[in-house]
Design a protein around this ligand. Structure first.
Ligand code: ADP
Length: 432
């Protein structure tokens, strides 16, 4: 009896506890084996307890990873699901369940998402299995009412510990709106390109027409001018004072018309003309422009100063740029009364740009006309009784030339005088 009791207490009972412990582990309820023997059974129990502690840690890690993955899945704002190698859905986020039903787990993906009874022809999962990597496809489908939609599917493989694909995660996004916009954009682009080509063609025709008409008008004008001059200098016989006065008006208007035609020509042919770009000193260009007015300046007794240093060098079409200063100086002199002043200043705005200012003390430009004066044919005073001549094209040509040089031009009031304007130009030093 004594031996039997000893045997039960020291051997059978610890083994029973061990068996209960292993059964609890299998059920995931294990709380530790309470065996306080110092023999092999005690050691076995301790090993079980260690193993249990490690198992519980591993389980906790696994649960937290799973929770993380679930949270990531739920935060995806597209339909996201995982599926096994048989294409059966094993996991789906809330959006997938809301759209396709809570019972999609365990169903075939092609059945749930595409309403088909077998694997789709363009199945992204099939190409994922072929390539073994991430796949992205866009396919279209029609609903029961025949409305087409476009679905972008991104598939990523799920791999087991040996690195073999054991399933995949599929994220489906409805890109119908994006596709429709893309298509519209493509059509608009093609239309725009066609319209641009037509416009270019029309512009070329317009320029040719303007050039032809201008030429046709210039020829008789030269003749009118020639005969008027002959009448004025008496070569064609005696003329009365009144006739002489009339001839002078004719001559003035012929000159005006000629100027206007050459301005129109300049503007319309600008884009077609060959441009020669080279490094030039700005001072030289401005000096040439000022020379053009050497007769006019003393006549109007206008003081003109040029404050441009020799080291201002820029890459430009010198002829075109000279035209800019001729136009600006012409206006500055024209709109400044006798005794006024005109000045040109230029300096480096920064390392890559030159700033030029053409300043006058003339009649000035109202603020609300600062932009308008650069429009074709715009003149602040366009009345038939206006005091100043001109075509309203000078500043439009000027702006075109400045912009061709990738520069900017604008006008402001003269801050240093009671009246007058300042035309600002910023030009890049390098032309590219
Ligand atoms: P226009 O041949 O008439 O001078 P522009 O295109 O050169 O044509 O100038 C357009 C208009 O801008 C001018 O008619 C004038 O009203 C105004 N303008 C241009 N420059 C000046 C200036 N320096 N001072 C005052 N007004 C000016």
């Amino acid at each position: 009896m004594f031996i039997a009791r000893y045997f039960t207490k020291s051997i059978i009972s610890p083994i029973k506890k061990l068996i209960e412990g292993t059964e609890a582990i299998a059920k995931g309820e294990f709380k530790g084996i309470d065996v306080i023997t110092h023999d092999e059974i005690g050691e076995l129990a301790n090993a079980f307890n260690d193993m249990d502690a490690k198992l519980q840690n591993t389980m906790a890690d696994l649960i937290s990873s799973r929770n993380e993955i679930e949270a990531i899945f739920e935060s995806i704002s597209d339909v996201a699901s995982a599926q096994d190698m048989d294409m059966k859905i094993t996991f789906a986020n809330r959006l997938a369940k809301d759209m396709y039903g809570d019972d999609i787990i365990g169903q075939f993906c092609y059945n749930v998402y595409e309403g088909k009874s077998e694997v789709c022809d363009d199945c992204p999962a099939t190409s994922l299995l072929e390539t073994g990597g991430v796949v992205r496809t866009i396919h279209s489908k029609y609903d029961n009412e025949g409305v087409q939609s476009h679905i972008e599917t991104t598939g990523s493989p799920l791999k087991d510990e040996q690195g073999n694909i054991s399933g995949m995660v599929m994220i489906r996004r409805d890109v119908t709106e994006q596709k429709t916009l893309e298509n519209k954009l493509r059509v608009s682009y093609v239309n725009l390109e066609t319209a641009y080509e037509e416009l270019k063609q029309l512009d070329k025709m317009k320029s040719e027409l303007v050039a032809n008409i201008s030429h046709e008008i210039r020829t008789p004008l030269t003749s009118i001018r020639g005969y008027t001059e002959l009448m004025l200098d008496g070569t064609l016989g005696q003329t009365t004072n009144q006739q002489l006065k009339g001839m002078k008006v004719v001559l003035r208007n012929v000159d005006r018309l000629t100027r206007m035609i050459s301005n129109v020509l300049d503007l319309s042919k600008f884009d077609q003309q060959e441009r020669v770009v080279k490094e030039v000193g700005l001072k030289e260009i401005i000096k040439h422009a000022v020379d053009d007015f050497e007769n006019e300046i003393p006549y109007k007794s206008i003081g003109i100063t040029v404050d441009v240093s020799d080291n201002l060098i820029l890459e430009c079409d010198a002829d075109a740029l000279e035209q800019v200063f001729i136009n600006l100086l012409g206006n500055a002199i024209k709109f400044t009364d006798k005794g006024g002043s005109v000045s040109i200043q230029a300096y480096y705005e920064d390392e890559h740009h030159i700033h030029i200012e053409v300043i006058d003390t003339g009649v000035g430009i109202p603020e609300d006309k600062f932009e308008l004066v650069f429009d074709r044919f715009y003149q602040i005073d366009a009345s038939s009784t206006r005091k100043y001549g001109g075509t309203g094209l000078g500043l439009a040509i000027t702006k075109k030339i400045v912009e061709w040089h990738k520069g900017t031009i604008w006008v402001r009031n003269n801050p240093n005088g009671s009246s007058g304007s300042v035309f600002h130009i910023i030009l890049p030093r390098k032309h590219n």
